[in-house]
Design a protein. Structure first.
Length: 482
């Protein structure tokens, strides 16, 4: 009994060590994620999402939108601009505050975040430290006293620690002058605050209510991104949940959001609870206006890392925008007439990070078989349709008929290359939950009882069953959206 336990543990660790490399390789091989601008030699921390990847990413977005916006009566949606008035980012504090402390190696010009450099250095010594909140001078002192070498070239020759803003700058108009400077948004959240008044005026929302937004954000990340975990551009899914602090207990609301986030990751995205944990920000790490901030962390192969942040931001953002814009962003209670600035709780997540987690979590090795055990709802293709033989027109025509019909309801794949085993292998790696084969029985040329039926093979169990063609749509729907 004990022996079995040990070997199982070793097997699990083996998968863990090479897991990231396996996912990166599978992602490219099967059209999930390609390195960014590859034919031009690549662009660090940028990726292209291929045919399977775009479907998986979209399914995760759709699931988030369905659960947190469409199916909630206390939520509305928004799609604000990527380029906002530059004052938005002054008001939000991003121009002054979205900064990383960086050092550059004078020998090879590698730039790296000082906190990552120091923390990784201690990690290799088997110690865990956090340098959150330390000044540039304090970071400099640690790098120098520890004589931390450049991870790229091995030299110890750093510039002093310098603050570096992560916002991407660009210009509106044809003259790149100071007045025309704008930023690509560093988070979607600010678009929600600046539309707060318009949402109040154009809808019938009443506190407490939330606004959800999905869309691209941009940050000039220059450290190693760990695949799609940290990239220059990424899809954020953010919620600002507004409430009256005098009538809503923020602690209760906060705990409720924690429950909803946890449920989404474990139930909708199918992630095991033991790969997740909450980590509360200490006083040094937490923004000065936040009363509580916690990260839901996932155990990535490179350690437990932030997946989804939850912050009680008080009334800071609305107040800042009132101050900088001069607009009145107060809420008037329709019953009591009380006028005040609402407080917010903000659950903020990156879809790309969720996608990395979903792929890592789904990766399964069973003997020689490799498959992505994705929740069927998230799988890029819900089914794949094959004619048993590609050189028999009657089989191909029938399979095409089924494929065209299913395509009206589901995203389906077609494959007629190689033998059935190879086709199963490819679909397993993509995570397609069902493979449908049209054979001679289907045409009524074999077992008469199987006429007008097909073989449906289940990805996870490998079992096959005959299903009537006319019931295929209902069969798949029942299995996928149960
Ligand atoms: N409005 C709050 C905010 O933006 P954040 O912790 O900076 O907070 C929220 O970002 C989430 O966005 C993170 O938990 C992470 O999932 C995702 N995220 C942040 N930076 C990212 C990056 N460079 N690449 C991919 N995802 C990122």
């Amino acid at each position: 009994m004990e022996k079995k336990k040990v070997s199982k543990k070793i097997a699990a660790e083996k998968i863990e060590t090479g897991l990231m490399e396996k996912i990166v390789s599978l992602a490219k091989r099967r059209g999930f994620v390609f390195p960014g601008s590859e034919i031009y030699g690549g662009l660090a921390n940028s990726y292209e999402y291929g045919p399977a990847g775009v479907e998986l990413k979209k399914n995760i977005q759709d699931e988030w939108w369905r659960v947190f916006v469409r199916e909630r009566s206390d939520m509305v949606g928004l799609d604000s601009s990527i380029i906002l008035h530059p004052k938005v980012w002054e008001a939000s504090g991003h121009v002054a505050g979205l900064v990383d402390a960086m050092v550059e190696c004078k020998a090879c010009h590698t730039r790296t975040r000082a906190d990552h450099l120091i923390e990784n250095h201690y990690e290799t010594k088997g110690e865990k430290i956090s340098v959150e909140g330390k000044t540039e001078a304090e970071l400099d002192a640690i790098i120098n006293s520890e004589k931390i070498k450049c991870p790229a070239c091995g030299k110890f020759d750093w510039t002093p620690v310098r603050k570096f803003n992560l916002l991407f700058e660009t210009h509106v108009g044809i003259v790149p002058e100071a007045q025309s400077k704008v930023y690509l948004r560093g988070e979607t959240a600010q678009g929600i605050f600046i539309s707060f008044k318009n949402i109040l005026d154009s809808t019938r929302v009443r506190l407490p209510f939330g606004v959800g937004q999905l869309g691209k954000s941009f940050r000039n990340e220059i450290t190693k991104g760990n695949f799609i975990f940290r990239t220059l551009e990424f899809e954020q899914a953010e919620i600002e949940y507004f409430f009256d602090p005098e009538t809503t207990d923020w602690k209760e609301l906060y705990e409720k959001w924690k429950g909803d986030m946890w449920k989404f990751v474990t139930e909708n995205l199918g992630v095991q609870a033991d790969a997740l944990r909450w980590r509360e920000h200490g006083d040094e790490e937490r923004s000065f206006y936040s009363k509580r901030t916690e990260d839901l962390e996932y155990k990535f192969p490179f350690g437990f890392k932030e997946l989804w942040g939850l912050a009680y931001r008080t009334d800071y953002d609305l107040n800042q925008h009132m101050k900088f814009s001069g607009a009145d962003l107060m809420y008037v209670d329709p019953t009591s007439g009380k006028k005040f600035v609402p407080h917010v709780i903000e659950p903020a997540v990156g879809i790309n990070r969720l996608m990395a987690m979903v792929m890592l979590n789904a990766y399964t090795e069973d003997g020689d078989r490799v498959y992505l055990k994705l929740p069927p709802r998230l799988a890029p293709y819900k089914a794949a349709v094959f004619p048993l033989l590609s050189n028999k027109p009657a089989l191909v025509d029938k399979a095409h008929e089924i494929y065209n019909d299913l395509q009206k309801r589901f995203v389906v794949a077609w494959d007629d290359r190689g033998n059935i085993g190879k086709r199963y292998y490819a679909q397993d790696e993509i995570g397609t939950p069902f493979c449908i084969t049209v054979d001679f029985d289907t045409l009524g040329e074999g077992d008469a009882a199987n006429k007008d039926t097909v073989t449906v093979r289940d990805r996870d169990t490998g079992t096959q069953e005959r299903v009537a063609i006319k019931k295929l749509g209902e069969f798949l729907h029942g299995k996928i959206y149960r």
